[in-house]
Design a binder for this molecule. Sequence first.
Ligand code: N01
Length: 541
Amino acid sequence: MVTTSGPQAAARPVDAVVVGAGLSGLYQLHRLRQLGLTAMVLEAGDDIGGTWYWNRYPGARCDIESMSYSYSFSPELDQEWEWRERYASQPEILRYIHHVADRFDLRGDVMLRTRVTRAVYDQDSHLWHLSTDTGLAVTARFVILATGCMSVPKDPGIPGADSFTGAVHHTARWPREDVSFAGKRVAVIGTGCSGVQAIPVIADEAASLTVFQRTPAYVLPAHNRPLRPAEIAQLKARYPEFRRAQRLSRGGTVFEPPTRSALEADETERTAAYEAAWDEGFLNGLLRTYTDILTDEKANETVAEFVRSKIRSIVDDPATAELLSPRTYPFATKRPCLGTDYYATYNLPHVSLVDLRTTPIETITPRGIRTSDGEHVLDMIVFATGFDALTGSQLSIDIVGKGGVPLRDRWAEGPRNYLGLVTAGFPNLFTVLGPLSPSVLTNIAVSLEQQVEWITDCIAHLRRNGITEIDAAPDAEADWGVHVAEVADRTLYPVVDSWYTGANVPGKPRVFLAYAGGLDRYREQCDTVARNGYTGFLLSS
Ligand code: N01
């Protein structure tokens, strides 16, 4: 009954199609196979790796420690893979993903260079019909969107971009071949995590680097270094226990939760706590010093000012230090960044900073970038301008559910789904790391395993019980949306324009896009739903 057709049709039928061959998609394939399902992964890129395939810009590196940011499902894999650095570089993570694909023999079911363009649900047969840009058509009972939370680069929308005669690159679509900056006048537009990682590396080689900044980031030092054999051995010895702790944790990383408000501590104590966190070099180190950094503006301001004091102590020119100091939004309400030598880079004589708040870009010209202050002549422009996050990758596929309703219409006022997993009217279509789930607020390596395992168990349950369709009940979906918003409203997140709220993309509905209640609570809710027979879902045979 389940068939593939079209010019490059695969010979075998599939029960499930997974879209995307990144960390989520590959693990989903592995689990579906273990269940005895036939599954195929359709991947737009010409190799596996997802985020770590596309984001190969200079300096790209994970900002969660390597021994935490990796699959936990195989104790053997944990023991045999040896991470080299505290924070793994993009090439090292890509090597790891290739190793996993080989070790679990996953490549045979991955179809590369195949972008899913349309998915239409047939209500009578309970099957999804997928079309791709190669002409391949696939029919499957289940579709799992493992399309990533940051996979559609945002159009920076700067006029004249096509007229530039030099080289143009986007950090999220970096070419596979080496890009040389030697002797070049380079511009970077954007100072989010991608720009922050690329800027010091580009500055190392370029003749000149001009950074065009609209909003400064809070950048914490990574203190990256090679891992010592003894510490690797030590963690490997207790990996099972460590992995368990990660799974039960709030955000997928293991730490001692804070117990006090920042406002209960005096300034000396607070500064000591912040200094210790700064010296440790964890992305969320400062966030974890006190309980209320993300919920109380006054508490938050104590950290924000601490970071500003660090910027002033590193950057020689006080005017530049001030421009680099975030003042328009609370700490961590836009994602903080982990950097290496980021602020010190601005002390280099060939590096300059353009503040787009006072001198906005008017246009890109054939020779460079013109701001209200004049033209900057350039050889290369690097866009580090971010993504249409969380919903972009799903809405870039023309998904049509029950009654011919397009997902784009269903989500016209923001994403709707139940548990971040299934949207009502789009049965048998699951999402991993999608909107309204913990995803981007957690260590996604842990989050994706939780969701993939839940989806796999759910599909197993459906098959065991002869159920052909699972859909989200509209009232359960509505309640989940309310819950996600309520939890977000207890924090400072929603007040800020960021990609978390969709505000970085013109015309995108302004909704807080992730579940801020914690992975531990989220897991508990998902497990309870499953244990009680998939409450809130509509099951039909
Ligand atoms: O994108 P961003 P990113 N003119 O949206 C500016 C993950 N990540 O690719 O803030 C001028 O954060 C924009 O300015 P503003 C991580 O989750 C992880 O850097 O909109 N400027 C901002 O400065 C991260 O948060 C790692 O005012 C324009 C920047 O471009 C997420 O990906 C590494 C502009 C965009 O920052 C996204 O990070 C890298 C315009 N027209 C990324 N448009 C890890 O380490 C945008 N900007 C795992």
